[in-house]
Design a binder for this molecule. Sequence first.
Ligand code: KE4
Length: 428
Amino acid sequence: MGGMQHSTELFEEAQKYLPGGVDSPVRAYKAVGGTPPFIVAGQGSRMFDADGNEYIDYIGSWGPLIAGHAHPQVVKALKTAAERGTSFGAPTELETTLAKMVCKAMPSIEMVRFVNSGTEATMSALRLARAYTGRNKIIKFAGGYHGHSDGLLVKGGSGLATLGIPDSPGVPPGYAKETLVARYNDINSVERLFERYPDDIAAVIIEPVAANMGVVLPTPGFLPGLRRLTREYGTLLVFDEVITGFRIGYGGAQGLYGITPDLTCLGKIIGGGLPVGAYGGRREMMGMMAPLGPVYQAGTLSGNPLAMTAGIETLKLLSQPGVYNQLEQRTEALEKGIKAAAESAKSTVQVNRIASLLTIFFTDRRVTDWDSSATSDRSQYAAFFHKMLGAGIYWPPAQFEAVFVSLAHTPEDIQQTVEAVDRAFRSL
Ligand code: KE4
């Protein structure tokens, strides 16, 4: 490896002007320690840092780059689009084109609005849910992350069925108390909240497959149970598919599990690496959004031509036959290699995987919710992370994130990664 001298200097300089030297906290390596390499380029499954180091990349910008870095088809289309101008603040056909692709992929979405981030998507979807139902409370799940809007930076109060409390300074307690927190995979914890607040809950928002407590799959019956309860109480079911949308299948988690949510939030992949978010649902509901209806939401760069172009090209690549089989095969091989390495090194880890999403938890407990995920040994994870980084494998710099495998990852990449995992486990 080419050392870290230049990244270290760049990080020192960045910290003078950017809080923590970064524009998003996870990038600063607080969870794993050390200096984050400053990246200068990506190509396919690889990233290159300012010190000449090359990495096999398993974050893919935290999900968007399912086709790999700088895919030729995406870059070519972006160049052409950019030469026509980058933003108009006026309607373009590109937005309709991507909207049609989204609606075709997820039939629960009859109408969609593009925004610039997943945060905006969930914030707007919950405003719509509150306007549509005339109710104020929402339910989220411990360990679920839906972006950083005030009402979602909330943790469970003490005991169960209590009002949420702020999970960050700056969130007014008045906002937090409208958010109730349930336990993922525990339908009774949701039922108790509905029994306590039968007429107050506008929406349940969930990552149908959780990826922000590490990857945690819904147990059979959990999602159908949520659909049943929300219908029974006149509450909207909001699927936050910012990560799962077009990731675990072209139809997202709703396609895979056969659940029809009332609203869906998207992001990441549908922008192909450019800033994007989206929310959508039935026409009668989306028709409440300005300028059609009274619920306000707007955005200078919403639906901008570059993000639309990158999203369209990425979804075109994902709609090719065999794409999801390839992602499944690559990631299954990675999972099997990790489990074999753990076995031979006698490491107690859990590996949760679905499609091309995977997390290694450093705990002997099966991970089915936040409480079990939180038993993971963070210092072990940090040591593992640095062993992998030193071996040229860019693993997520935090235990409670997901590994993202792309179409650009080759069998040789997977083999090289498994060998690095084997060496890392043996050294722990
Ligand atoms: P953004 O506002 O970061 O585009 O999206 C927020 C969001 C919403 N919903 C889900 C399920 C998400 O995972 C996210 C953002 N994901 C994190 C990674 N866990 C983004 C990485 C970061 O915060 O830097």
